[in-house]
Design a protein around this ligand. Structure first.
Ligand code: 13P
Ligand code: SF4
Length: 301
């Protein structure tokens, strides 16, 4: 598209002028993911990369909690989000007050918080996790019972894998909770030999129908190493779009679901963010240290 080309050119120039880099989550559309991003990845990879960015500005092509995490880990930098209303049903599904109530109800039980959460929820937590390291994080605690919030489905899936009891919270990813085992069975009937990889934010009965489960980066790793002929990525739609361009020998079978929050980020508002240096993400002073600790503990594992 004509304005894509103009936006891409402008963004490349603005990145130089403003000493900025663009971090893009795997759910960003191909024109963002392949044409303007400097750093690409799952939530874990983006957090790790944010720690060591040299440029003075990071633009988060992703949702708000990802921009907050980048700011927590590299507070000297300016962090911009092209649309400040790019939220997440998980992050919005729990408040810091809810966490304080859980801690009172279960004293001494460690709180493991999925990075899909606000900074004030992270600040009430012992350690964070992502879908890529949840099992390792939970097992590192060496306890029989943890409070794992806010994703009930991720908690149930990790409970099934580890046998560690999960006290959780009824928040769900609005994208992944919609998949059903019937859908997968039907696609297997239509496409013999199909490899199915599901995101751990999906319901447990969906993971039971899948061949593998993993974060978005782990999905890419699997395709890169195993070269499956036909694959169904039970996740957000852009995932398959981005990989189809990179792995032409693999057939990507849909269904997929769109994340309306991820889709708020466009080339046009990335360009605007760089032009206006808006919207800057900041974290209230009293939350910075405790929230950073929870994320850094995770990264140290
Ligand atoms: P990962 O990329 O860490 O697998 O997370 C998926 C997701 O839903 C992010 O919002
Ligand atoms: Fe949140 Fe789900 Fe969208 Fe990820 S895909 S940002 S978990 S609503």
């Amino acid at each position: 598209e004509a304005n894509f080309a103009a936006d891409i050119e402008a963004i490349q120039r603005l990145k130089q002028e403003k000493n900025a880099v663009i971090l893009a989550h795997n759910y960003q559309t191909p024109e963002i993911f392949h044409c303007v991003a400097d750093i690409r990845g799952d939530s874990l990879a983006l957090a790790r990369a944010a720690q060591t960015v040299d440029a003075s500005t990071m633009v988060m092509a992703g949702v708000h909690f990802m921009a907050e995490t980048a700011k927590l880990l590299n507070p000297e930098k300016t962090v911009l989000i092209p649309d400040a209303t790019a939220g997440c049903s998980l992050a919005e599904g729990i408040t810091a007050d809810n966490v304080r109530t859980l801690k009172k109800r279960y004293p001494g039980v460690p709180v493991v918080t999925y990075v899909n959460s606000t900074a004030d929820v992270k600040a009430e937590s012992d350690i964070c996790c992502t879908s890529g390291n949840a099992r390792r994080v939970v097992e590192s605690l060496g306890v029989p019972r943890v409070i794992m919030i806010p994703d009930e489905l991720l908690a149930r899936n990790i409970e099934a894998e580890t046998g560690i009891e999960m006290l959780t919270w009824p928040a769900h990813c609005e994208v992944h909770e919609q998949f059903t085992p019937q859908q997968i069975k039907q696609y297997r009937r239509i496409h013999p030999g199909l490899t199915v990889i599901a995101h751990p934010e999906c319901p447990p009965d969906v993971l039971d129908e899948a061949d593998h489960a993993g974060s978005t980066a782990q999905m890419i790793e699997f395709i890169d190493q195993k070269n499956p002929q036909k694959v169904l990525l039970v996740t957000e739609c852009s995932m398959s779009d981005n990989l189809a361009a990179q792995y032409p020998h693999t057939q990507f079978v849909r269904p997929c679901n769109l994340c309306p929050h991820m889709k708020r980020i466009t080339l046009s508002n990335i360009r605007q963010a760089l032009e206006t240096m808006q919207t800057e993400v900041t974290i209230p002073a009293h939350l910075q240290q405790p929230a950073r600790m929870a994320v850094e503990r995770m990264l140290a594992i």
